[in-house]
Design a protein around this ligand. Structure first.
Ligand code: ATP
Length: 303
């Protein structure tokens, strides 16, 4: 029998001063999944996850975390959900050790914070006050505080923003380990490599709505085709000649160079087309489409 989702969001709506920030978002997260939320600035990602964490009250719609309403059952939800939210600010005079001890005391079965602090490179900083930490160190502490309660669900908003490349990779490894223990992760991110590497599924949110929901590979296939073909034709080639290529998902032009997104069939067909017209493809490059391509195609340019 299928189990109930750990997080359910249905037709969630939230406006600020009459302007919709979240405008009918629905998704469900299964136990043990890493579920990503991806989208442009101001798309409504943080508002969505803050509603899941019980920090904002939705205008309408349904949010359930392990079957509980995060606003009405806040105390019970806090015991199963750890949240690292954007710009989480702590009391500036609190030291790292005090913050970890304080947060541990809030949970019924906390993890041992010492190995966690060690993993996040905070061992040397235990007696430093929050105000004396660098931006990256503050970020690491906020991740530690999200995990210290040994939660069943963890919400991570811009997990690795401000972290150096090594800390970023170590943090990804930590999230993978957390998931391997069966923890469900809701991850808001702008980092495509992070989304591709960590997430089982991703909801792309644009202007307060879910523009697509799929696995990273599925998003790439659906939005941008699987293959990107770049070349400069030896003589001009107009869009009419290209539009009917099989599997074609998109055409872009820049400085005489043409970039097609599509499939291997598109590649075969464009090479035949060029041969029939006695044209050559200069600087031909064939690459796999990336999540960046999919993101750009699925979300609107605000300009
Ligand atoms: P980013 O990637 O920039 O963090 P986001 O997708 O997380 O963006 P939100 O922070 O949810 O987006 O904001 C969605 C919209 O709601 C934005 O237009 C934002 O300006 C607005 N907004 C968010 N919080 C408030 C608030 N407290 N008061 C008024 N407007 C708000």
């Amino acid at each position: 029998m299928p189990t109930a989702p750990v997080i359910e969001v249905a037709e969630l709506r939230k406006s600020y001063a009459g302007r919709p920030a979240v405008d009918g978002v629905s998704f469900a997260v299964e136990e043990g999944e890493i579920f990503g939320i991806l989208g442009p600035n101001g798309a409504g990602k943080t508002t969505t996850v803050e509603c899941v964490a019980g920090l904002r009250v939705p205008d309408s719609g349904r949010v359930r975390v392990t079957g509980l309403d995060p606003v009405a059952d806040r105390e019970r939800v806090v015991r199963v959900l750890g949240a690292q939210l954007q710009e989480s600010r702590l009391q500036p005079k609190l030291t790292v050790r005090e913050a970890l001890e304080l947060y541990s005391a809030l949970y019924p079965h906390p993890a041992d914070w010492r190995p966690l602090a060690e993993r996040l490179g905070l061992r040397e900083r235990l007696d430093t006050r929050f105000a004396g930490l660098s931006g990256g160190q503050q970020q690491r502490l906020s991740i530690a505080l999200a995990l210290v309660g040994d939660p069943r669900i963890v919400v991570l908003d811009e997990l690795t923003t401000g972290l150096d490349p090594r800390a970023r990779r170590e943090t990804w490894q930590l999230v993978e380990e957390v998931r391997a223990r069966g923890v469900t992760v809701l991850l808001v991110t702008h980092v495509m490599e992070e989304a591709r590497r960590l997430c089982d599924r991703i909801a792309v949110i644009d202007r307060g709505r879910v523009a697509a929901l799929d696995t990273p590979a599925g998003l790439i296939r659906r939005a941008a085709g699987a293959t990107v073909i770049g070349f400069t034709p030896s003589a001009p080639l107009d869009d009419r000649a290209l539009r009917d290529l099989p599997g074609l998902a998109g055409i872009a032009r820049r400085d005489g160079r043409i970039t097609l997104s599509g499939t291997d069939d598109t590649l075969d067909a464009v090479l035949s087309l060029l041969a029939r017209r006695h044209l050559t493809a200069r600087r031909l490059r064939v690459t796999d489409a990336t999540l960046d391509d999919a993101f750009l195609e699925l979300t609107e340019d605000p300009a």
